[in-house]
Design a protein around this ligand. Structure first.
Ligand SMILES: [Zn+2]
Ligand SMILES: [Zn+2]
Length: 138
């Protein structure tokens, strides 16, 4: 069940506030990725993302555009962003059709769950350290 009557636990928003996605409950998984694609897509040293089930969406509003790329494994992955301000709010991936991958920064919640894993650790910039509980995977 979804709809504006359902309470949201987390709301992701772009910079200008027009693209918004609300979720009920906690994410399935939280991770970071330092691959070069993620560095370019975010303009930062790594991406910080949370996967939610699509059926946890309680509200979904605003215009959006997609940039599709094909991964090393030959599957598509879409970066979905606000056409006005350009924030990359979430992603959809062919291999996980029942999930949305949300940019954690868009939640604006400093207490949001930490990533369990940093993928592509071999692309990590040397200047930053991560909590020892975060598993590094090359
Ligand atoms: Zn926007
Ligand atoms: Zn990546």
């Amino acid at each position: 069940m979804t709809g504006p009557d359902m309470p949201a636990d987390h709301t992701a928003s772009c910079s200008c506030g027009s693209l918004r996605l609300s979720f009920r409950g906690e994410p399935l998984r939280v991770y970071a990725c330092a691959c070069l694609e993620c560095q370019r897509a975010t303009g930062s040293a790594f991406a910080y993302r949370a996967r939610f089930r699509r059926d946890a969406v309680t509200e979904d509003q605003g215009e959006r555009r997609r940039f599709r790329r094909i991964t090393e494994n030959g599957h598509w992955m879409d970066n979905i962003f606000c056409p006005t301000c350009g924030s990359l709010v979430y992603m959809e991936a062919e291999v996980i059709p029942e999930q949305l991958v949300v940019s954690v920064g868009c939640f604006g919640e400093p207490k949001f769950a930490a990533p369990a894993t940093l993928f592509w650790a071999k692309r990590k910039h040397d200047w930053y350290g991560l909590h020892e509980a975060i598993r590094l995977v090359d």
